[in-house]
Design a binder for this molecule. Structure first.
Ligand code: ATP
Ligand code: MG
Length: 160
């Protein structure tokens, strides 16, 4: 299906709405972001996992940003938080099945969320990675190919 990333972010936030109220959310989807040929339900699951982590590993009330933009024939989506961060040596391991990082205080989880995200993104021919954020916090980004010969723009933006 053709998925509108803005709708997918909206759907993920709707699913998490009881907890998102405790954070300061900022959503920034660039107006020329093309639709994606993808399984929209699976992409929603990726966003749910990433936003769930951003909340889980951050203090209440802190800022969480979700951005989406076109990058050549890809769409890049990032979830940024101001939480506890991921250590340099853990950056490559957090996508492993059952891997859980050191938590400053105990936070429950199974260590599967990010490995599921990686599986879904790679099944779409995409990549997912983690970065340490300057000043503290984490950025998890993924990008997947738009899938069309020509990028197809959302009708909402009035483009063809
Ligand atoms: P669950 O299966 O319930 O999602 P989990 O959150 O522990 O459990 P993952 O989502 O796979 O598992 O994340 C793996 C580990 O990566 C986490 O245990 C945590 O240490 C670290 N991590 C993931 N996202 C963040 C983040 N936004 N900030 C800090 N650490 C993170
Ligand atoms: Mg998780």
């Amino acid at each position: 299906d053709w998925c509108d990333i803005e709708d997918i972010i909206g759907a993920a936030l709707q699913r998490l709405r009881d907890s998102t109220q405790r954070y300061s959310l900022e959503i920034n989807v660039a107006p020329d972001t093309p639709l994606l040929k993808a399984d929209c339900v699976l992409l929603e699951q990726v966003l749910i996992n990433l936003i769930d982590n951003a909340m889980k590993y951050s203090a209440r009330g802190s800022e969480i940003s979700i951005t989406a933009e076109a990058e050549e024939k890809w769409v890049k989506v990032s979830v940024l938080d101001r939480g506890v961060g991921i250590s340099e040596e853990d950056l490559g391991r957090v996508f492993d099945k059952f891997y859980r990082g050191q938590q400053p205080k105990y936070v429950s989880g199974t260590g599967l969320g990010l490995s599921i995200c990686k599986g879904i993104i790679e099944a779409h021919g995409g990549i997912i990675w983690a970065e340490r954020r300057e000043g503290g916090g984490t950025i998890i980004s993924f990008k997947i190919p738009t899938g069309g010969e020509e990028p197809i723009f959302s009708e909402k933006d009035g483009a063809k």
